[in-house]
Design a protein around this ligand. Structure first.
Ligand SMILES: NC(=O)c1ccc[n+]([C@@H]2O[C@H](COP(=O)([O-])OP(=O)(O)OC[C@H]3O[C@@H](n4cnc5c(N)ncnc54)[C@H](OP(=O)(O)O)[C@@H]3O)[C@@H](O)[C@H]2O)c1
Length: 312
């Protein structure tokens, strides 16, 4: 019987290893032996209120154990990375081939495990503002899993990137990514120094979103993908918008895969990672048996970048 991480409200972090059933694969699904997965803030938060036995997990990196029976997708034995809406935290995962990209040897399973949710969110947010060459981009929450990817992808696309972080200790990490500027300010107002911004990516919300909105260039684009880190309803001076013609939108990564398959998006990210233009920041790597402690550290924001679990 394969093991998986299950919600267990009686333990710290509400997640623990347990036995589970492997659901039968549909004709367009492959079975993947998972070698690494990662934790995202959203799924860890969801675990805190979910019923016992719930199976979560979005990010899969591993090897195809059984190819899809309809003959599509990667063959058995292929290294892959994939996106799931649930049940990725398991020894075996059933993944639609439309969500699976092949993984070259240059990209480790651990690096790949950071790409599905965090990498795709960054990539798809930047897709909302095509033509980044020479544009100024502000990434708010640059030290987070999504933000760290976003800074690097925007740099690779030719933008002049400003990373906004709230902890001085995380500033150097963002400078190392090739960002032109790093601003340390939990409220975001200090990012005005390098405004106006053609594009803002915001994973923080609240005061940071309101501050950034006032720093936009004419016809700028602001994309929100996160929030809830502080107050979500904040005052905003609408006069700052006069004459601006901004585009403001919110993004949910799973909905974006209706526009482009996760397989295609992941293949783009894998290409960047294989060529060294995207280096995931893995601050915490642990065996999946340590799930309780890793969960707590993520909830406490005890590290920048990503936490990756390996399956022994
Ligand atoms: N819509 C979607 O599909 C989607 C997809 C992925 C993520 N998300 C959401 O996007 C957000 C970021 O995701 P993530 O995975 O990057 O999370 P993460 O790794 O936990 O990073 C959170 C980021 O927000 C910063 N932050 C936290 N509290 C803050 C505050 N009070 N003021 C200023 N900055 C603050 C953190 O800075 P420090 O490093 O200083 O703590 C860090 O840069 C989360 O809310 C997540 O749920 C949404």
């Amino acid at each position: 019987m394969p093991r998986a991480i299950l919600v267990d409200p009686t333990v710290p972090g509400c997640l623990a290893l347990g036995d589970t059933e492997l659901r039968p694969a549909a004709p367009n699904e492959a079975v993947v032996r998972v070698r690494a997965t990662s934790l995202n803030r959203g799924e860890v938060r969801a675990a805190q209120g979910a019923p016992a036995g719930t199976r979560l997990g979005w990010d899969v990196a591993g090897v195809v154990e059984t190819a899809a029976v309809n003959g599509t997708g990667p063959a058995a034995g292929t290294r892959v990375v994939g996106l799931l809406r649930a049940e990725a935290w398991a020894e075996l995962a059933v993944v639609p081939v439309a969500n699976l990209a092949t993984l070259p040897d240059e990209v480790s399973f651990e690096q790949a495990a950071t790409l599905p949710v965090a990498g795709l969110t960054a990539l798809y947010a930047l897709d909302r503002a095509p033509g980044l060459v020479g544009r100024s981009v502000l990434v708010a929450g640059a030290s987070g899993g999504v933000g760290h990817h976003a800074v690097q992808i925007a740099v690779a696309a030719g933008a002049e990137v400003t990373g906004l972080v709230r902890q001085e200790a995380h500033a150097a990490l963002i400078r190392d990514t090739g960002a032109a500027h790093v601003v340390v300010d939990g409220g975001g107002a200090a990012a005005a120094e390098f405004a106006p911004y053609d594009v803002v990516l915001d994973g923080v919300g609240g005061d940071v979103w309101a501050a950034a909105l006032g720093m936009m260039a004419y016809r700028g684009t602001i994309v929100t993908y996160g929030g809830g880190m502080g107050a979500s309803a904040v005052p905003f001076d609408a006069v700052a918008l006069l004459g601006k013609q901004l585009t403001a939108s919110g993004l949910i990564v799973f909905e974006e895969t209706l526009r482009e398959t996760a397989a295609a998006g992941l293949q783009r990210l894998v290409r960047l990672a294989a060529s060294g233009r995207l280096t995931p920041l893995i601050s915490l790597q642990a065996d999946w048996t340590d799930i309780g402690s890793v969960t707590q550290q993520l909830l406490d924001r005890g590290f920048p970048g990503k936490a990756v679990l390996t399956l022994s």
